[in-house]
Design a binder for this molecule. Structure first.
Ligand code: NAD
Ligand SMILES: O=CCc1c[nH]cn1
Length: 424
């Protein structure tokens, strides 16, 4: 309950400073202030949620023959290292810190060197809220700092959010120290639009699945499978809406798409579009750099959100995570076919389905090999729901009750009430 009170106080401070933290996050990452506010809201909700769970940590009593019994204790792991990606800097830190602290651990958090700012603010807030000195710590740096944390003998657990190649290295380092890991990695998730969907919702869902945070979202539904009967009408509407997305200064109220994280990443995203064209995809809209009118912003890393048509499953843009505002549209004819194609990927982070047929919706999500599935919506993040991947998208879960399992360990105590019977 003491931990709970501190987390609630931290959540209150975040709520109170929402505007300031959101502005800092926009400067940190380049996402629109509109979205940064949502990120901050999800962050304080996460702290409140784990504040609620902190007092519920409990083991169980197990009766044994002859009056003997056993019980289990759920204990903290110790010092947990959190290593974060740059797309949701404050939120990723909260998703890791809240369950870690609720379970009684300490955390050393390393943000991405591209977004060093807001997690420092989080550390200040924790201190102000009453988190004891040294319990939540921030270290800045890149790969070398991350490696140091992973190898450090006092680090008991590593929770990593980032790319698959780095995740493989993290798992290797953790293996050397026999440390548990949570890996929240990349994806290439399918979004399946059946012809019996509510079209406007499906179009909204496809935009939400692709263009939040400049498309730099791990669980994005970038492979948009559309039943052929509605391909033209759906595509036309998606293109029309995509062209209307307001790009530019992320601190302006009406901006909905800000700047990508850095020049090399922008070049990489553009490279995927160039390659898609070479492989036969058709750019239905966007894909070019965007130069805002404001001369201060003319060297910013802006691009027009892109919709690709005429895509096939073997194209690089359909197989690889682009992590930018690029949607690939793929027609399909039958449920059986689309499920097989949707699952034909090394990733398994998320998936979505739009249909009015409730049986079909549940049948399809049950068949999807993905950790986070949406029916008739996409990319909403209620903190009550566990989040994490299948296959190369990682393992372990953040959010929900499930995360408590990943920040605690179970001790079993066996209690003898009779005499010891020796076999010797
Ligand atoms: N599943 C999720 O919840 C989730 C959420 C956000 C982002 N992501 C994924 O993150 C990727 C984009 O983020 P990124 O470019 O920051 O990823 P990244 O793997 O390059 O870096 C992530 C973090 O790991 C650190 N790092 C890099 N090399 C390291 C090493 N050898 N040892 C230890 N730490 C190291 C970085 O400094 C950074 O803090 C995408 O693939 C995206 O899908 C996943
Ligand atoms: O980027 C992937 C989803 C997410 C949102 N916040 C943390 N992870």
């Amino acid at each position: 309950m003491e931990r709970s009170r501190v987390l609630l106080e931290a959540a209150r401070i975040i709520r109170e400073q929402r505007e300031e933290i959101a502005t800092l996050e926009t400067i940190n990452n380049g996402k629109s202030i509109f979205e940064a506010r949502v990120d901050i809201d999800i962050s304080w909700q996460c702290l409140e949620y784990y504040a609620g769970l902190a007092g519920s940590l409990a083991g169980e009593h197990i009766q044994l023959p002859g009056g003997s019994f056993g019980y289990t204790r759920r204990e903290p792991l110790g010092v947990c290292a959190g290593i974060g990606a740059w797309n949701y800097p404050f939120q990723v830190a909260c998703w890791k810190a809240a369950p870690a602290l609720a379970c009684g651990n300490a955390m050393v958090f390393k943000p991405s060197p591209f977004t060093p700012l807001t997690v420092v603010r989080l550390a200040e807030i924790f201190t102000e809220a009453g988190v004891p000195k040294g319990l939540f710590n921030v270290v800045q740096g890149g790969a070398a700092t991350g490696q140091f944390l992973c190898h450090h003998p006092d680090v008991a657990k590593i929770s990593f959010t980032g790319s698959v190649p780095t995740g493989i290295k993290i798992m290797g380092m953790a293996a050397k120290g026999i440390k548990p890991v949570t890996l929240e990695l990349g994806g290439k998730s399918p979004l399946i639009i059946f012809s019996d969907c509510a079209l406007e919702n499906a179009v909204n869902g496809a935009l939400m699945a692709n263009f939040l945070t400049q498309g730099e979202v791990c669980c994005n539904g970038t492979r948009v499978f559309v039943e052929r009967k509605i391909l033209d009408v759906f595509t036309k509407e998606v293109v029309k809406r995509t062209q209307k997305i307001k790009i530019g200064d992320p601190l302006l109220e009406d901006t909905r798409m800000g700047a990508l994280i850095n020049r090399p990443h922008l070049d990489r995203v553009q490279g995927f579009i160039k390659q898609a064209k070479e492989q036969g995809a058709e750019v239905l809209c966007g894909g070019d750099l965007y130069v805002p009118d404001d001369p201060k912003l003319k060297n910013g890393y802006y691009m027009q959100p892109c919709v690709l048509g005429n895509c096939t499953d073997d194209m690089t843009c359909v197989k690889e995570e682009i992590f930018g505002p690029v949607m690939s549209i793929l027609p399909f004819d039958t449920e059986e076919e689309v499920v097989e194609r949707a699952n034909n990927t090394k990733f398994g982070l998320a998936g979505g389905v739009f249909t009015r047929d409730i049986q079909k919706a549940h049948r399809v999500v049950a068949a999807l090999k993905a950790g986070m599935c949406f029916i008739n919506n996409y990319n909403i993040s209620p903190v009550e729901l566990p989040f994490g991947g299948y296959k190369a998208s990682g393992f372990g879960r953040e959010n929900g009750r499930a995360a408590m399992e990943y920040y605690s360990q179970l001790k079993t105590v066996c209690v003898e009430m009779g005499d010891v019977e020796s076999v010797f």
